[in-house]
Design a protein around this ligand. Structure first.
Ligand SMILES: [Zn+2]
Length: 736
């Protein structure tokens, strides 16, 4: 997991509605933390191990690309030791300097330090997130506390802190640019927030806590991954009743991979669970699949996460107290756009009642239909998706299986490229000969169409495999920067689509298509970055702001321009019929009760867990009581129940921060209105403002200020409520 204090790098891996943001990756120390290097200086220790590709500058075109073709698991341990040693030397040089502290010899020197370590951690993160063998997992467990300890060692370096502090105090009178001042502010507040001002005993305890947390959170995510690798095997045609061909063939392929040819495997992941619950007419099997999914991390035995959660929460609370904050939530939110847990709670609580009320309507509609069909008893949680799909069909004449043949993965990818072309004037060309870590990964070069100038590289890893964590996410291999000269920005998008048999086109659901666009929004955010310093680059923005650009980009999927060109039937090549598009648009607020409650219950439990204070928390009881008090509809479970809540427990990343998606979506709904009020989604003037103030700006400005520059005012909640089909009036005054 990412080290708690590596805030400078916080956005290296971005995940999304479905995924843990932070991979089980230990990140570089907070202080000399810059993204993967343009030229990773070879470590002094590298001489001893000249064959270790992790200790050499990235070679090849574009200022070097990750040497995936040369890296083996055995390279990680020795390279980490050497990279940590080099980082220590770099930090010591900065801290022990005898010249008076200045911006260049302190802050810039830190930006330029730790590059070898950062490159190591980036590559290791890719292995841990997408190629996690038992060997990689063992290395991860062993090395994460070491990296956490180094991070603390740097934060707690008294001489270094005094130098940073001196530059910080003089920042307004030193002729620094606005961006430089913000970088100084960030560096300083990060160190303070990480305990730089504590006394020696408190520092020691803090470091011990961080190392313990790094082990506990790594175990947490490995346990979830373990449970997700379980599968339910179906053995007869009767078990498949109701499943469309695409789901059957995916399950057949999955079983083959698990060495059970001729059977069908429903893997215990969201992407396998959701279609099964939507289509299977076998209520008994739906219940089985549902139970297995919602009980990940909660099954007793070696992979049970409940005890880990209690320990993690207790340590986080203790750490917050040491640092002078009332709770972990207060500490986490201080530098966010929301600033306080209270403001985040206010937004969530403004939306919750409308969502719950909508669920009651949704359930009533499903219940009526189920009764007509002869179902006995009430709608249970494993029935929700199944009957929701039927109601969707009956009410909007919209069948997801009717839409799916038009949603070809590769065509959608072309559609995303086209949108980036329209909004940002970019072109994408496939690249061959660049090393990849798996044959499924492909690479594109991105260029500015008008100037021909190189923008960066985009890696795409679309398919599920054993050892790859579930969901979808973006990863920055090398952040944009230019204070030491231009570098090639490298980002990736990662998903878990099931490969179709025999190389047939991969068809995805509407929701998955939205996710594709979402992740691509993160990729664009990384690629569009135009800043000087890597710590402020691209997606390195506040947690509750970072989902704003990605959620905004989702909106372009449903524009007629994209659908007519790229939503093409996989057999006939015909574009999706206009009437079907209309029905999709009409149904856009359908089931928003379910999805909002599913998400928001998780976000509320997360925040309440981290506001709860110092008592020992029994995760199971806490979750039950909190949901009861909230009036959680019994037909829905949290999108991420506590024992599997990777966002919150596989690292600090989204802890007390799952609200961020709602916060960001409030911004994205409001921002899209700017296009609606203009000439529509492809309004060049609005796009240009959006690029200037949001996509290019990274963290060079305060997010609230950046948003105001784009929109001319603060965001309001009304567009969010309308987007979800909820009543607006009583909440109109709440704003993020
Ligand atoms: Zn996201």
């Amino acid at each position: 997991m990412r080290h708690p204090y590596a805030a400078a790098l916080a956005a290296l891996t971005l995940a999304c509605a479905t995924v843990p943001q932070e991979g089980p990756v230990a990140a570089a120390p907070s202080t000399p933390s810059t993204p993967a290097p343009r030229e990773a200086k070879a470590a002094s220790a590298a001489a001893a191990t000249p064959d270790n590709p992790l200790l050499r500058a990235w070679a090849g075109p574009y200022g070097g690309v990750p040497p995936f073709d040369k890296i083996k698991a055995e390279h990680f341990r020795p390279a980490l030791d050497a990279a940590m040693q080099q980082t220590r030397q770099e930090v010591a040089r900065i801290a022990d300097a005898t010249e008076p502290p200045t911006f260049p010899n302190t802050i810039e020197a830190l930006e330029d330090g730790g590059r070898l370590l950062q490159a190591h951690q980036t590559i290791f993160g890719i292995f841990a997130g997408t190629l996690a063998t038992p060997e990689i997992q063992a290395i991860e467990l062993e090395t994460s506390p070491k990296v956490a300890a180094l991070s603390d060692e740097i934060t707690q370096n008294e001489k270094l802190f005094r130098r940073v502090e001196a530059v910080y105090k003089a920042r307004e009178k030193s002729g620094l640019t606005k961006e430089q001042q913000r970088l100084v502010w960030r560096r300083y507040t990060e160190m303070v927030r990480a305990g730089a001002q504590l006394g020696p005993d408190a520092k020691k305890r803090l470091s011990a806590i961080n190392q313990q947390l790094s082990v506990l959170t790594t175990k947490f995510s490995q346990n979830v991954l373990g449970d997700e690798e379980e599968a339910l095997f179906l053995t007869s045609e009767a078990d498949l009743a109701g499943l469309p061909e695409s789901v059957r063939s995916g399950a057949r392929a999955a079983a083959e991979l698990l060495k059970r040819p001729g059977q069908w495997a429903i893997i215990n992941t969201r992407s396998a669970m959701e279609p099964f619950l939507t289509y299977s007419t076998r209520r008994d099997l739906r219940e089985k699949v549902w139970r297995s999914y919602v009980n990940r991390g909660d099954n007793g035995g070696a992979r049970d996460n409940n005890a880990l959660i209690s320990e993690i929460l207790a340590l986080r609370f203790e750490r917050a107290k040491l640092l002078g904050y009332p709770t972990h939530a207060h500490w986490r939110l201080e530098n966010s756009m929301a600033r306080t847990p209270e403001r985040a709670m206010k937004l969530m609580e403004a939306v919750w009642p409308a969502a719950v009320a909508r669920v009651k309507e949704e359930v009533a509609a499903m219940q009526a239909l189920a009764k007509k069909e002869g179902m006995k008893g009430e709608i249970e949680p494993w029935d929700y998706r199944y009957y929701a799909e039927k109601v969707r069909k009956a009410t909007y004449d919209l069948d997801q299986n009717e839409v799916k043949p038009y949603l070809q993965l590769e065509k959608l990818r072309e559609g995303m490229f086209w949108v980036a072309g329209e909004l940002f004037d970019w072109s994408f060309a496939p690249l061959t000969g660049v090393p990849v870590y798996h044959p499924d990964v492909r690479v594109w070069e991105v260029k500015d169409r008008a100037t021909g100038k190189h923008v960066g590289l985009w890696y795409f890893d679309p398919y599920a495999r054993t050892g790859k964590r579930s969901g979808a996410w973006m990863n920055a291999y090398r952040n944009q920067e230019r204070f030491k000269g231009e570098v090639t920005t490298i980002v990736s998008n990662n998903c878990n689509f099931v490969k179709a048999e025999g190389g047939a086109p991969v068809l995805v659901s509407w929701d998955d298509a939205v996710t594709l666009f979402h992740e691509f929004g993160h990729a664009i955010h990384g690629l569009a970055s135009n800043v000087s310093y890597p710590s402020l680059s691209g997606t390195s923005v506040a947690r509750d702001y970072v989902e704003f650009p990605s959620q905004l980009l989702e909106r372009w999927l449903s524009t007629p321009e994209v659908l007519n060109r790229f939503a093409l039937h996989y057999q006939t090549g015909q574009p999706i019929p206009a009437a079907l598009v209309q029905r999709i648009q009409k149904a856009s607020t359908f089931n928003q009760g379910f999805s909002t409650v599913e998400y928001l219950s998780s976000a509320l439990v997360d925040m309440k867990l981290h506001l709860a204070g110092g008592e020992k928390i029994d995760a199971d009881a806490f979750e039950r009581k909190t949901l009861e008090a909230l009036g959680m509809p019994r037909q829905i479970v949290m999108r991420h129940r506590t024992p599997q809540f990777n966002h919150v427990f596989s690292g600090d990343g989204y802890s007390a921060g799952y609200y961020s998606y709602l916060w960001s979506d409030t911004l994205s709904a409001d921002a899209y209105q700017a296009f609606v009020e203009g000439k529509g989604p492809y309004d060049k003037a609005v796009a240009s403002k959006l690029r200037q103030h949001v996509f290019q700006a990274g963290d060079t400005v305060d997010p609230a200020e950046g948003y105001r520059s784009f929109r001319g005012r603060d965001a309001g909640i009304a567009p969010l409520m309308r987007k979800r089909g909820f009543p607006v009036l009583q909440n109109a005054a709440v704003s993020p």
